[in-house]
Design a protein around this ligand. Structure first.
Ligand code: GDP
Ligand code: MN
Length: 373
C-alpha cells in the first residue's frame, strides 16, 4: 500500500470508530434498554424525611423564584427541611433568603453562610453537617432550575422505598428549549434513561440529585477536588452496588446562559472529564452491568474526541501532501454535514471536550465565575 492510501485508510478507520461507537451504543440503548421495564419497586406511600440542600453563590436574581418553586411541592411540610448554603455571595442573596424564610413560617429552613468561597462541593459538605439526624434522603438542587410538577419530590422519594436504589436524578429540559442545547438534550436524555434502565447512569443532573444519606456518609461526602459533584457521587454509589438512576417521570427545567454559552459548555465538559478520569481506576471493581456503561462513557468523554481530531488531521495531511481525492471528498462530506443539526451538535460537543481537557491542565474550575441566565 502506498503511503497516501495508508494515511487515508487510517483516517477513515478512525472516523468510523469515532462515529460508529456512539451510534452503536445509542441504538443499543434505544432498542434494547429503553423498552425494558424500570424494575424499581417505588411506593407512593413512602414519605421519608428529606433535606433539600440549595447551594448559592450570587443568586439574588433567581433565589426567590427557586424557593417558591420548592414551596409548591406537595409533600408533608414537617418531613422536609431546606438548607441553603451560601458561599460569600456579594449580591445580597442571604438577605433575600432570610426575607423569604420570614414570609414562609410553615417551612423548616436553615441558612448557612460561609465566609469564603471554596466551591460547590465544599459548600455541600458544610451543609451536610447541618442535616437533621433523622433525615433519610439528601437532595441537592441548583438555584437556576425548577421542578416541573408539584409531585416531583414525592416521585423521587417514592423510589427510595426500593432498597437497591441509592440515588435518583431528573431528565432536564433547557428553559425555552432551542438550538444546540435542545437537540443535545434529546439525544442525551435517551442515553441517560437507557443506562438507568440497564442499571445506573454515571452522569447526574444538579437540577435534582437525590441520594440516600447513609450512602453519602459511607463514601465520605461530596468530592471537593473535582467539579462534577453530582455525577461523581452518583457513580461512587453505583460502584458500591446500588442503582443511581435518572428516571423519566422526574423532569426539571434548567436555565441556559444567554451569554458565553461556549465557555459554559466547556466548563461543564471539564468537570465531566475530571469525573471520568477520577473513576478510571474503579472501572475494574464496578458491578458487571455498570462496568460496561462506565467503559462506554469513559471512552466517549476521554478518548473519542481525540480520535476525531486525529482523523481530521490525517485527512488534511493527506490532502496537503498527496492531494488525495478520497481525503478531499471525505473531508468535504464531513464539513457539508454540518448543515444537519444533530451532527453539528455532536461536533460541537467534541470541540467542547477537547478544549476542556486542555483547559483542565491549568484550571479545574472548582469555583467558577457566575453566568447570567
Ligand atoms: P452550572 O449549572 O454548571 O452553570 O453551575 P451554576 O453556576 O448554576 O452553579 C450550580 C449551583 O451551585 C448554583 O445554585 C450556584 O449558585 C451554586 N454554586 C456555585 N458555586 C458555588 C460555591 O462556591 N458555593 C456555593 N455555596 N454554591 C455555589
Ligand atoms: Mn446551573
Amino acid at each position: 500500500m502506498e503511503l497516501y492510501t495508508l494515511i487515508d485508510f487510517v483516517a477513515l478507520a478512525l472516523a468510523a470508530i469515532h462515529f460508529g461507537v456512539p451510534l452503536i451504543y445509542y441504538s443499543y440503548l434505544k432498542r434494547v434498554a429503553l423498552p425494558r421495564p424500570w424494575n424499581v419497586r417505588a411506593d407512593s406511600s413512602f414519605l421519608p424525611k428529606v433535606s433539600i440542600i440549595i447551594p448559592t453563590y450570587n443568586e439574588a436574581q433567581l433565589i426567590t423564584r427557586k424557593l417558591d418553586n420548592i414551596h409548591r411541592q406537595n409533600y408533608p411540610k414537617d418531613k422536609v427541611e431546606i438548607i441553603i448554603i451560601d458561599s460569600a455571595s456579594t449580591d445580597g442573596t442571604p438577605d433575600l433568603v432570610k426575607k423569604w424564610g420570614k414570609e414562609h413560617p410553615d417551612t423548616r429552613f436553615k441558612l448557612i453562610v460561609e465566609p469564603i468561597r471554596r466551591g460547590k462541593g465544599w459548600a455541600l459538605n458544610e451543609a451536610l453537617k447541618h442535616v437533621s439526624i433523622d433525615s433519610e434522603i439528601i437532595i441537592v438542587t441548583d438555584v437556576d432550575s425548577w421542578w416541573c410538577d408539584p409531585d416531583t419530590l414525592r416521585k423521587a422519594a417514592s423510589m427510595f422505598a426500593d432498597p437497591t436504589i441509592g440515588a435518583v436524578s431528573c431528565i432536564k429540559i433547557p428553559e425555552g428549549a432551542r438550538g444546540i442545547e435542545a437537540s443535545y438534550r434529546n439525544y442525551y436524555n435517551i442515553v441517560r434513561i437507557g443506562e438507568s434502565k440497564l442499571w445506573s447512569t454515571p452522569i447526574f443532573h444538579g437540577e435534582l440529585a437525590a441520594f440516600r444519606k447513609k450512602l453519602i456518609e459511607e463514601i465520605g461526602g461530596f468530592p471537593t477536588d473535582i467539579g462534577a459533584d453530582d455525577s461523581h457521587t452518583a457513580t461512587l454509589i453505583a460502584l458500591k452496588g446500588y442503582r443511581s438512576i435518572i428516571h423519566d417521570s422526574i423532569t426539571c427545567i434548567e436555565a441556559v446562559p444567554r451569554k458565553r454559552y461556549f465557555q459554559w459548555r466547556v466548563r461543564r465538559a471539564q468537570h465531566l472529564i475530571q469525573h471520568f478520569t477520577k473513576t478510571l481506576q474503579e472501572i475494574r471493581k464496578a458491578p458487571k452491568e455498570f462496568r460496561k456503561i462506565l467503559i462506554a462513557e469513559t471512552f466517549l468523554h476521554l478518548l473519542n474526541p481525540w480520535i476525531l481530531l486525529t482523523s481530521t488531521i490525517l485527512f488534511i495531511t493527506s490532502i496537503v501532501l498527496t492531494q488525495s481525492l478520497t481525503a478531499t471528498a471525505l473531508l468535504t462530506i464531513g464539513v457539508a454535514l454540518l448543515t444537519i443539526k444533530p451532527y453539528r451538535t455532536w461536533i460541537a460537543q467534541q470541540i467542547h471536550l477537547i478544549v476542556a481537557s486542555i483547559r483542565n491542565l491549568w484550571t479545574k474550575e472548582i469555583a467558577w465565575s457566575k453566568q447570567t441566565k
